[in-house]
Design a protein around this ligand. Structure first.
Ligand code: SF4
Ligand code: SF4
Length: 398
């Protein structure tokens, strides 16, 4: 018998034995669809884990390669006949690999970059406000202001130029609605999600606390996130931190959740659009984990002149974009192929745009659209709403 102490101590050591081998998980797994081999899917990987536990196979590089050949999309967990918490199992198995020093290099790099620079891109805090340069709205007074609403951009939105417009759009919406909000600016740090996906369970708590403590000092009660993974991490890591975020009065919102509250309260005035047809791609975390899929649709349907068509596999049955769980770093070609599969779902609808609410989904679908030469616009829900608002001067200055 081989001892897999991290997996066993997490309480998941029996999971490979509880599995009924029904194959439900395999049928929905995007990496199995591409790899075709049983061991590229969840059921096969559980079987290999059982073999390792029984000393019939080794916890070797090939096994670790397959553990990271997974986008952590949680589709397997959502269909498991025996209700195995496979999302937790994959995280614990990666943690086992991390403890044994066997995590893939890109995963180690992302984790150490967060510890050193505060983000997985090694760009550092001085890059965090580049998105606001040459922006028509002066946000200087919003940085570390005392306010009830805080906006966390997340590393991708703050640091990747192609995603900066998401932050600018959120600021435009908040200003339009007259919301008093605060930004952490250069003090915002990574939520720690890439560390957890890398398997670095032991250090993620050191990072996940930081934004929370700063927001608490500023009197924030509601926090908006442009990245659903940031919320997820607060939920997962929060309950085990000294500050017990699970009991915190802070309320956490994805973009579409918060904007739809503004919309329902009549704080958003739209311009009639010239017949824009869109479809909505549900991010795995938003739909399956946070249960958010009505809000973005309600928002889209409330904008005059914007029409929504549904694509196959929506809501909790959404298909992964391929960019989650560090798959885009550890297996970029597999990641792209999964994104292209999802883009095919979009392409058979009459939509001219695909809307989502996750920076990784936006990057994945945008990249797939380019490689497939599809003339489809990919937008965050924040960008669509900001684009359709009445201009400030016409609105009487909100
Ligand atoms: S989390 Fe997604 S990619 Fe990973 S095994 Fe489950 S279904 Fe496959
Ligand atoms: S769905 Fe659950 S029970 Fe069925 S093969 Fe997958 S892990 Fe095993």
């Amino acid at each position: 018998m081989t001892r897999l102490d991290v997996i066993e101590e997490s309480g998941h050591g029996d999971d490979p034995y509880i599995c009924a081998s029904c194959g439900n998980c395999t049928m929905v797994c995007p990496t199995f669809r591409l790899g075709k081999w049983e061991s590229f899917g969840p059921r096969g990987r559980l079987q290999v884990t059982k073999n390792i536990l029984e000393g019939k196979a080794k916890f070797d590089e090939e096994y670790v390669r397959k553990l990271f050949m997974c986008s952590l999309c949680e589709n397997c967990a959502s269909v498991c006949t025996t209700s195995l918490k496979l999302d937790e199992f994959w995280r614990e198995a990666r943690a086992q690999a991390w403890e044994m020093g066997m995590a893939p290099k890109p995963a180690k790099y992302a984790s150490s970059s967060i510890m050193r620079y505060g983000d997985p891109l090694a760009m550092g805090s001085s890059s965090r406000l580049r998105w606001a340069q040459d922006f028509e709205i002066d946000i200087t007074d919003r940085i570390e202001a005392n306010a009830k609403v805080g906006y966390i951009l997340g590393c991708d939105v703050a640091l990747k130029p192609q995603l900066n417009d998401i932050a600018r759009s959120m600021v435009k919406i908040l200003e339009h609605a007259g919301v008093e909000y605060t930004l952490l600016g250069e003090k915002e740090t990574c939520c720690g999600a890439p560390m957890l996906w890398a398997g670095n369970k032991s250090e993620v708590h050191l990072i996940a606390e930081k934004n929370y403590l700063l927001l608490e000092e500023l009197g924030v009660e509601k926090v908006i996130f442009s990245c659903p993974s940031c919320i997820y991490i607060w939920h997962i890591v929060g309950s085990t931190t000294p500050h017990k975020r699970g009991n915190s009065p802070l309320k956490l919102y994805t973009s579409s959740q918060f904007i739809s509250i503004l919309d329902k309260n009549g704080l958003l005035a739209y311009r009639e659009q010239p017949m824009i047809t869109v479809t909505y791609h549900d991010p795995c975390i938003s739909a399956r984990r946070l249960g958010i899929y009505h809000q973005p649709r309600d928002l889209i349907e409330h904008i005059p002149g914007v029409y929504k068509v549904e694509m196959a596999y929506s809501g909790t049955e959404t298909r992964c974009c391929g960019w989650h769980g560090l798959l885009n770093l550890t297996n970029p070609l597999v990641s792209l192929e999964i994104a292209e599969m999802r883009m095919r779902d979009v392409s058979v609808t009459p939509a001219s745009r695909v809307i989502s609410e996750c920076p990784r989904c936006i990057q994945a679908l945008d990249t797939a659209g380019q490689t497939m030469q599809y003339e489809l616009k990919v937008q965050d829900i924040t960008q669509l709403v900001a684009e359709c608002l009445v201009e400030p001067e016409k609105d009487g200055g909100s």
